[in-house]
Design a protein around this ligand. Structure first.
Ligand code: 6R9
Length: 566
């Protein structure tokens, strides 16, 4: 039996008070996320349960119980306090996916700091920009990334503390502190910072379409939504081995890679290694992963490798699969059913929303290619882009809008209240994505508002074209963008990466064009196909369509600091 049981019943009977009750949020005056992710699990009698199974790129494995997580996060909190850091200070975590990343995140929250996780792969410019904007006081890092931190420090007067978690006895420079989590004194209990539900907790930088990245600020009560969505969408049950493939530099890696699963007291597995189908399947097999939260980009990479590597592993432990981050094409859902005997369940949300807003739930009928329905307690609609009034006609495309008031909603953009306020229109939070809703209440993603293609006055969504392209046997990855055209204003241009064993040719291009024309329409047919080895993506795996588009239009590319380039 799934945790959610019947979606309809939950939808009818839901209240955020009930969700608070499920977590006992505020019990004995405690509102701190750090408490709920570690100490509380011990109080429930599960302190000896493994909370983290970590595997490094060399295959080394480490296990931490909830008691360990509590004690080690206490050590981080004590150390940060001793360094004079205060509640409300922004403290950056800049590490690969090592245990210290996950545990220091909790330690920062326990001392009342605002955790600012950043991708360790960021170069110094991307790093400096975000540290400067947040006036970050301290950064936790490792020797591997220390050089970048050192190079940014002269331009960052607020950054007064650099903590190196693997320095050992090696000499450090002034202002740098060596701290070993494993060697620190084991303190069973500390005074966890008294916070209110509205005290800031996490600052996540999201890359805007142009200009500087924006810092979405979250608060401690976000855990109410993260906990209940983890329980009902990811369906985590007591004895789960859960794997979230996202890096905590991306919101998925904190909301559902730290807070959600630990608030539920389950075992989560982390793999600190790059992508390879074989490595991923071996990881699932070795640790008996039961619930897997991943992203379409990764799923499409697995699809590219085909069914053969799947057959080489025993993946029978898997029981529930969920996807986020990019539109999940119908083909990927169908393929996963073939490969793993289970479909990927799509889930839709944003850094700004802090938790899953729209999803396919265990037990609810999946319509492949649809994002599913709003989470119980979430009022979502598509609204008219001009009037911001809800569209009630099934199938009509509009902007995805959500009624404010859910606990994990961001509270502002750091230093940018003006942009924050612009996100609200006519009493709705406007997501910036386009979708339609069908007669059964399922949402169908169309594209980001700024990615929609206007060809001869018709709005064509890139997702529809890309989904169709991915059904062509030669296509592994695709992006559809608008290209200037003197007659039609814009026409569709497709960027395509081919599956192994296929060669680009004029015949193939014509075949692909015809494939789309027949499947969709002459309007949606790409007028041009460009073959690429891979598509430009952000570190969270999102295809950067605006970058491809900007080239076609000869426009400024804007901020590319989240671009994956290795
Ligand atoms: C969690 C996360 C948010 C943007 C969002 C949308 C795209 C996310 C999606 C999806 C289609 C889904 N997106 N999930 N598009 N289907 N299931 O990804 O946060 O990094 O802030 O990105 O990602 O365009 O607006 P974030």
């Amino acid at each position: 039996m799934s945790n959610i049981g019947s979606y309809e019943t939950r939808h009818r009977t839901f209240s955020w008070k009930l969700a608070e009750g499920e977590l006992e949020y505020g019990k004995s005056g405690n509102y701190n996320i750090g408490y709920f992710c570690t100490d509380r699990i011990g109080e429930l009698g599960n302190g000896t349960r493994v909370g983290l199974i970590w595997e490094g790129f060399t295959g080394e494995v480490r296990r931490y119980t909830y008691d360990d997580l509590r004690i080690h996060s206490n050590a981080f909190a004590i150390m940060l306090r001793q360094l004079g850091l205060q509640p409300g200070d922004r403290i950056c975590i800049f590490m690969d996916r090592i245990p210290e990343l996950y545990i220091s995140f909790i330690g920062i929250l326990k001392m009342g700091g605002i955790a600012q996780p950043l991708f360790s792969a960021f170069g110094e410019e991307a790093l400096a920009m975000r540290l400067e904007d947040a006036e970050t006081k301290a950064i936790l890092t490792t020797r591997k990334h220390l050089g970048k931190v050192r190079r940014t420090r002269p331009s960052l007067p607020h950054l007064t503390r650099t903590i190196v978690v693997d320095a050992g006895d090696r000499p450090l420079e002034r202002g740098e502190i060596a701290f070993s989590m494993e060697k620190a004194q084991r303190v069973e209990n500390i005074e966890i910072a008294k916070v209110t539900p509205e005290t800031p907790s996490v600052l996540h930088y999201t890359s805007g379409t142009t200009g500087k990245p924006k810092g979405a600020l979250h608060v401690h009560s976000s855990i109410i939504a993260q906990h209940i969505t983890t329980k009902w969408v990811l369906d985590l049950q007591d004895d789960e081995i859960y794997w979230c493939t996202a890096d905590p530099g991306w919101v998925t890696g904190t909301s559902y890679g730290i807070i959600g699963p630990w608030a539920c007291g389950v075992t989560q597995a982390v793999l600190d290694a790059g992508f390879s189908a074989h490595k991923w399947y071996a990881f699932i097999e070795k640790h008996n992963v039961t619930v897997w939260y991943s992203a379409p980009t990764a799923i499409r990479l697995l699809m590219k490798e085909g069914l053969e590597p799947v057959g080489k592993h025993n993946l029978s432990s898997l029981r529930h699969l969920v996807s986020v981050g990019e539109p999940l094409n119908a083909e990927a859902v169908i393929w996963s059913e073939k490969a793993f005997g289970r479909p990927f369940h799509d889930s839709y949300w944003q850094t700004e929303t802090g938790s899953i807003m729209i999803s396919n739930y265990p037990g609810m009928k999946i319509k492949p290619g649809s994002m599913g329905k709003p989470f119980p307690g979430i009022t979502a609609a598509v609204v008219n882009p001009k009037t911001f009034e809800p569209i009630t006609t099934a199938g009509t495309v509009g902007l995805i809008a959500i009624k404010p008031g859910w606990p994990s909603m961001f509270r502002t953009y750091w230093n940018n209240q003006e942009t924050y306020e612009k996100k609200f229109k006519n009493g709705w939070y406007i997501s910036g994505d386009r979708s339609s809703v069908d007669a059964d209440g399922y949402f169908w993603f169309v594209g980001r508002d700024d990615d929609v293609i206007n060809t001869a006055g018709h709005l064509v969504g890139p997702f529809e074209i890309e989904s169709a392209l991915l059904e062509h046997p030669a296509v592994a990855e695709s992006a559809a963008v608008g290209k200037p055209d003197p007659i039609n204003m814009e026409v569709v241009k497709a960027f395509i990466a081919l599956k192994p064993g296929n060669q680009k040719s004029d015949d193939l291009t014509i075949d692909i064009m015809n494939f789309i024309r027949k499947k969709l329409s002459p309007l949606a047919m790409p007028q041009e196909v460009e073959y690429v080895d891979s598509l430009p993506k952000t570190r969270s795996g999102k295809i950067m369509r605006r970058l491809l588009r900007a080239k076609e239009w000869g426009e400024e590319i804007g901020d590319v600091s989240t671009l994956e380039n290795d």
